[in-house]
Structure formats: structure tokens, C-alpha cells
Design a protein around this ligand. Structure first.
Ligand code: CMP
Length: 139
């Protein structure tokens, strides 16, 4: 079933100028980038986005890393896009990521792991709505 997921190319990716290389992996996996913009997250945006992690020990560092430099926020579309993008990203910890995945290819560490992707269709809708007017995105 065609669906959409939300993606962030994180500051470690924009800083190293590898967003095009990551997009090539995304597109090579059959996912279509139907919306994309470069933004600098505010503290409030990052805190809200990662609210589910607020009790975790890495929350403060996560928010400060995500706001340090610009990110690219994206909407990806394709068959089973949520699950497919999670496969394409690889494990959160790059040391555990499979060969050929974005995190295996590009991530620096668990914190600087190059990409974020939604973990469910419900969260994809919530995350997309934080950055895009989903209804206006052409398929
Ligand atoms: P992401 O998919 O963006 O969701 C939360 C992020 O927290 C995760 O990717 C990691 O980049 C970051 N993070 C930092 N430390 C940890 C950790 N110990 N466990 C899980 N996520 C972590």
C-alpha cells in the first residue's frame, strides 16, 4: 500500500554535505521524495519533536545536536514507506546497522546517525504535520 513517512537528514549529514548521497540511497530503494526543505530547528521544535525521549539520559544532547546546524526535513512516499525507510536507514546504532544501509554507510555514532525516520504510520502523520501541510503535497 502506498503510504508516506517522515524523514530528517540530521546535522551531521548537512555539515558533511552528503544529503545528495543519502537521497540517492533513499531513491535507489524505491522511495520517492515528495517534499523536502532545509530548516534550522528551534529549541522548541526539537524538544517537541523528541518529547517521547524526554526522560532519557541522552535527551539534552539530542536536542542540542539537532538544533546546532540545519537539517533537511522530508516526506517520503512508497509501498510500505514507514517500514521500508526503517530498513533503508538501518539500526539506530551504526555499529549494528546492516551493510548498505544509510547508517552503516554514513553515520558517525548513535547520536550522529545521519537520519531519522518515523517508527509507525501514526507517528509519520504526526511528524509530517509538524513541518508540512500534508494535504497540499502532490503524490
Ligand atoms: P532517532 O531516530 O532520531 O530518534 C532518537 C534519537 O536519539 C536516535 O535517532 C539517536 O540519534 C539518538 N540517540 C542518542 N543516544 C541514543 C541511545 N543511547 N539510544 C537511542 N537513541 C539515541
Amino acid at each position: 500500500m502506498t503510504e508516506r513517512t517522515f524523514s530528517i537528514l540530521k546535522p551531521d549529514a548537512t555539515r558533511r554535505n552528503i544529503t545528495g548521497k543519502i537521497n540517492a540511497v533513499i531513491e535507489g530503494a524505491g522511495l520517492r521524495i515528495v517534499a523536502q526543505k532545509r530548516v534550522k530547528l528551534t529549541q522548541a521544535q526539537a524538544e517537541k519533536f523528541y518529547e517521547v525521549h524526554k526522560e532519557r539520559p541522552f535527551y539534552g544532547e539530542l536536542v542540542s545536536q539537532m538544533t546546532a546546524e540545519p537539517v533537511v526535513v522530508q516526506v517520503l512516499e512508497g509501498d510500505n514507506a514507514v517500514l521500508k525507510y526503517r530498513e533503508v536507514m538501518g539500526a539506530t546504532n551504526p555499529e549494528q546497522a546492516a551493510e548498505g544501509t544509510i547508517r552503516k554507510l554514513f553515520a558517525l555514532s548513535i547520536g550522529e546517525n545521519s537520519v531519522h525516520g518515523s517508527d509507525s504510520q501514526d507517528n509519520a502523520k504526526i511528524e509530517i504535520a509538524q513541518f508540512f501541510d500534508d494535504a497540499s503535497i502532490p503524490g
